[in-house]
Design a protein around this ligand. Structure first.
Ligand SMILES: *Cc1c(COP(=O)(O)O)cnc(C)c1O
Length: 289
């Protein structure tokens, strides 16, 4: 999560209730006890209020909040921990994008690597899901890519971008303008940003909004037909992150996200950051004090 210092100097959190719910789901998956999300939010409000000078006086930098939950039973067995520690780490973080530039990323899509699988814990923010991705991230960097595009299954379904959910804005095979993102089928992390973008798009009610599986073959066909309009990742770190190209099967697929300046991604970015920094009032935020 992050704490945002608004243009009115009020410090806000963004949908902390959803983060608490997700963390409790992860705790259940890891055999850690559940906790009262509302009470932990109160602790975070107090902590951030004490450390409020660490929340940057900026609408591009924020205070990153990393709630953490670990088993602390002093035993070596693979068993339920009788003791657990719930705590939060805070750190100021700078802007994700250099000011003014909404720079697109190049993705490495290598089906040899799998982030999550059916029945696994890939839909939980468990530390063990992330350590094995660092090597893949290094590999991507060696190939001049900024992130991994995580594929799944024989059909090479697109699931996530690095630690972001993925969205494609396109003209579908029926000729309808559609925003599509993979469904919550256990293979993806249920992002708060993802949920918020879906809710915003449904409220705009200007194009079809669909949670559905899509594959690299769908993307390549649509690119060939000129039907891909924008592709972007979505997550707390960057809000939205435009995709410029995908390295796949030894070929670089150019994604025309920036050709018209990414109007949909930009609009999501503006609407969410307006809420986070208090330029638009919303019940999605909670004041720290
Ligand atoms: C954290 C995370 C996201 C984004 O979730 P937000 O709640 O929007 O920040 C997406 N995918 C993965 C794998 C993540 O770890």
């Amino acid at each position: 999560m992050k704490a945002y210092r608004g243009v009115d100097n009020v410090i806000r959190m963004f949908r902390p209730d959803l983060n608490m719910k997700r963390m409790n789901d992860g705790a259940t998956r890891a055999s850690l006890p559940n906790f009262e999300g509302k009470e932990f939010i109160k602790c975070l409000q107090k902590l951030i209020s004490i450390d409020k000078e660490w929340v940057p006086y900026s609408t591009s930098s924020t205070l990153y909040i990393r709630p953490t939950f670990i088993g602390t039973e002093p035993s070596l067995g693979v068993n339920i921990s009788g003791k657990a520690l719930l705590f939060a780490i805070l750190s100021p973080v700078g802007p994700y994008f250099q000011t003014g530039s909404f720079s697109p990323v190049k993705l490495m899509a290598d089906p040899r690597y799998v982030r999550a699988f059916k029945g696994g814990p890939g839909d939980c923010k468990l530390g063990g899901n992330y350590a094995p991705t660092i090597m893949v991230q290094q590999e991507a960097a060696k190939l001049g890519c900024q992130q991994a595009l995580w594929l799944y299954g024989d059909q090479h379904q697109l699931t996530e971008v690095g630690t972001m959910n993925i969205f494609m804005y396109w003209k579908n095979t029926q000729g309808e303008i559609e925003l599509v993102t993979p469904p919550l089928d256990g293979l993806i992390l249920p992002g708060v940003t993802r949920k918020s973008l879906l809710e915003l798009a449904k409220k705009w009610n200007e194009f079809k909004v669909t949670e559905r599986t899509f594959t690299m073959a769908d993307v390549m066909k649509a690119l060939k037909d000129g039907r891909v309009l924008e592709m972007f990742g979505a997550g707390t770190a960057c809000v939205v992150c435009p995709v410029g190209s995908i390295l796949y099967g030894g070929q670089t697929l150019e994604i025309p996200t920036m050709s018209e300046g990414a109007p949909i991604a930009s609009r999501f970015f503006k609407e969410l950051t307006d809420i986070q920094f208090g330029r638009t009032k919303s019940n999605w935020t909670l004041d720290v004090e």
